[in-house]
Structure formats: structure tokens, C-alpha cells
Design a protein around this ligand. Structure first.
Ligand code: AMP
Ligand code: ZN
Length: 135
């Protein structure tokens, strides 16, 4: 897409700190990292979100994440990472070109995981049933 910043990076119209590429997938460092070594992994073709992304490309992205996460952790001396996908506006997706975040984590790095909410009586079963029905 012409006005997509990640498509511009893929076309090399904008520079990036590239760490990996193959025919389908590109990975580069996030310009504003959660921690050093924060990598973005994305399809070279423009797809807005995971719903539009063909399964074969998703598999290629998953393979890339597995391989790259090891290398990224080694590079920055971390032993843990969070894998992120901000899918849609209310999930905080800022760039409308689907991308996964590999975010190295360190002991006492100041981040906390999200806070868990509670279900009301029977709500959990109802939602689980509804999810299964919508598959
Ligand atoms: P989100 O869409 O919320 O998953 O976040 C988009 C991510 O892209 C943010 O973490 C940004 O720091 C990152 N980002 C935006 N522009 C660039 C760029 N030119 N190079 C590298 N990372 C970028
Ligand atoms: Zn794009």
C-alpha cells in the first residue's frame, strides 16, 4: 500500500535496521523498543491484520519468530521475551500492516503483565460456548 510505512521499508524507500528476510517475511528492529533487541516480524505483502493473512505466510512468520527470537535474546543477553500482536485499533495497532513484536525481557526491567479481571458466575462457560459456536 502506497501510504503504509512498513511497505515503504519493504521497498527500501525508508531505511531500517534489518535483521532477517526471506521471500515472504522481513524482520527489523523496532525504532522505539520496549527493550533493546525488540524486533518486528512482518509479511512482505501488505495485509492489515491477522484475519487477512494467509495461513502459509503466518506459518512462515511463526518459523521466523522461533528462529529470530533465539538470536535476538543472545544478542542482548536476555533469556525471556514477550511475543506481541496488536491486532486492531482497540488493541493499540498503530501501523495497519500486520506485524509481530519480539520483545526481550530482563529481570526487574520495570514492565508488568496485564491485570487479570474476574468472570461473574456462569459467564466463563457461556463465553467458552459462544467461542466454540463461532469457530
Ligand atoms: P503497533 O502497530 O502498535 O504494533 O506498533 C507499531 C510499532 O512500529 C511501534 O512499536 C513503533 O515503534 C514501530 N515503528 C514505527 N515506525 C517504525 C520505523 N520506521 N522503523 C521501525 N519501527 C517502527
Ligand atoms: Zn504495508
Amino acid at each position: 500500500m502506497a501510504d503504509c510505512i512498513f511497505c515503504k521499508i519493504i521497498k527500501e524507500e525508508i531505511p531500517c535496521a534489518k535483521v532477517y528476510e526471506n521471500d515472504e517475511v522481513l524482520a527489523f528492529l523496532d525504532i522505539s523498543p520496549v527493550n533493546k533487541g525488540h524486533v518486528l516480524v512482518l509479511p512482505k505483502k501488505h495485509f492489515e491484520n491477522i484475519e487477512n493473512l494467509p495461513d502459509e505466510i503466518l506459518c512462515e512468520i511463526a518459523r521466523t519468530i522461533k528462529k529470530l527470537s533465539k538470536a535476538a535474546l543472545k544478542a542482548v543477553g536476555a533469556d525471556s521475551f514477550n511475543l506481541g500482536l496488536n491486532n486492531g485499533k482497540n488493541a493499540g495497532q498503530l501501523v495497519q500492516h500486520v506485524h509481530f513484536h519480539i520483545m526481550p525481557r530482563f529481570e526487574n526491567d520495570g514492565y508488568k503483565l496485564w491485570i487479570g479481571k474476574k468472570y461473574t458466575e456462569g459467564e466463563m462457560e457461556k463465553i467458552a460456548k459462544s467461542i466454540k459456536k463461532n469457530l
